[in-house]
Design a protein around this ligand. Structure first.
Ligand SMILES: [Zn+2]
Length: 390
């Protein structure tokens, strides 16, 4: 009897522990399911990483809209192609993504530093440039960083956090030497300095791809002339692209045709929504091999259209006839910053005014707009085009 009772008590205990075990398993399954849901729907969305430079943006396609009510998960990106306050060709591109401010080059003359500072100050309220990219050692890209007594260097006007410039140069000009002095002083004051080759190789703490915001990254490309010499300084240009979901924006400095051929050979270049025309619209850049790969939809040219700065030949003044013909096979959405006026017959004197003016590109990854501070017409619709390139 006692034995049976004990047996009954043991059976009840066994049943209780079975129920306990089942509850435990159910709880565990629920926990795992909840964890998986959190990982897929919350964590992964919040940690979409940037793409690696070599692979292009393929790993970074925006997620399919789920219910049609959510806005695309991308911050607004602004790219400003600046007029530089004088009649010479030069590059300065200001990029803004939320609180991240980037300056790519600072041409065209020392006095451009005033123009650039005023312009950037209107957007960059904290006086900090998170990234400064300097493509190569020519005056029309570094003068405002070199500065002089009258026009202090941009490095003295902004706090620059990370400076990325060219690993090679043939330059030994005064303006180049002052650039190096000013850059090194900024590094002394706390800035970090890498070359584009450090970035490509991910050495010394540099990265090939820098995330700028959710779904937006800055990606350094490999240029063969980072570690091979070229007699043409332009070929040493830093090359990179910004990626915003399906949209890519390519910057190649003044890279020439040899460099472009290598760029296409050594990188998996993505199709590009926008391309800053290489070398101010020179006929020796924006070659078919590059255009065929990137198939640009928009092209911005930083130059003073028609200025006889380098040549009097009306076909090869920037932006050149050859370059425009090549680009127009892909797009006629071409914009140009400045315009030469009062060009004398000798081709020695000229003034300047705005063509599009400061060109501002805004994109949230879906909507894309181009606005010129003077006007927003494409080049084909301008009087200069009708008179000189039609
Ligand atoms: Zn240049």
């Amino acid at each position: 009897m006692a034995k049976k009772r004990r047996k009954g008590a043991a059976g009840a205990a066994k049943k209780r522990s079975e129920i306990f075990l089942i509850c435990l398993v159910v709880l565990l399954v629920l926990l795992i399911a909840a964890g998986a849901c959190w990982y897929f729907f919350v964590y992964r969305k919040a940690h979409k990483g940037p793409s690696a430079g070599t692979e292009g943006p393929s790993g970074e396609l925006p997620e399919e809209p789920s219910g049609g009510t959510e806005a695309p998960a991308s911050e607004e990106l602004e790219i400003h192609f600046l007029e530089l306050g004088n009649k010479y060709a030069g590059d300065c591109v200001y990029v803004r993504v939320g609180d991240v401010d980037i300056l790519i080059d600072g041409g065209s003359r020392e006095n451009s530093a005033d123009t650039i500072e005023r312009y950037v100050d209107a957007y960059c309220t904290d006086g900090i440039l998170e990234y400064v990219i300097v493509t190569h050692g020519h005056q029309d890209h570094i003068a405002a960083f070199a500065g002089n007594k009258t026009y202090p260097s941009l490095f003295r006007r902004f706090e620059c956090r990370t400076i990325i410039d060219f690993p090679r140069t043939n330059s030994d000009s005064g303006v180049y030497r002052r650039y190096v002095e000013e850059r090194d002083a900024e590094v002394e004051a706390g800035a970090v300095h890498y070359t584009a080759l450090d970035c490509w190789k991910e050495e010394k703490g540099a990265k090939r791809s820098y995330p700028l915001a959710d779904g937006i990254s800055m990606n350094f490309l490999y240029n063969y002339y980072y570690d091979h010499s070229s007699s043409d300084e332009n070929n040493h240009s830093v090359c990179m692209y910004l990626s915003q979901g399906n949209y890519n924006y390519l910057f190649t400095g003044d890279l020439e045709k040899e460099g472009e051929a290598y760029l296409v050979e050594y990188n998996e270049l993505p199709q590009c929504k926008l391309y800053k025309a290489g070398h101010h619209g020179s006929r020796t850049s924006s070659t078919e091999v590059l255009l065929e790969r990137i198939k640009p939809e928009y092209v911005c040219v930083c130059c003073c259209a028609g200025a006889p700065e380098y040549t009097k030949d009306p076909d090869t003044v920037f932006p050149t006839r050859e370059m425009l013909e090549r680009v127009m096979k892909y797009t006629d959405k071409i914009y140009v910053t400045s315009l030469a006026t009062n060009v004398d017959l000798e081709g020695k004197k000229w003034d300047y005014t705005s063509l599009n003016g400061n060109i501002v590109v805004r994109s949230d990854g879906t909507d894309f707009t181009v606005t010129g501070s003077n006007h927003s017409k494409i080049l084909k619709e301008t009087e200069w085009y009708a008179a000189n390139r039609a």
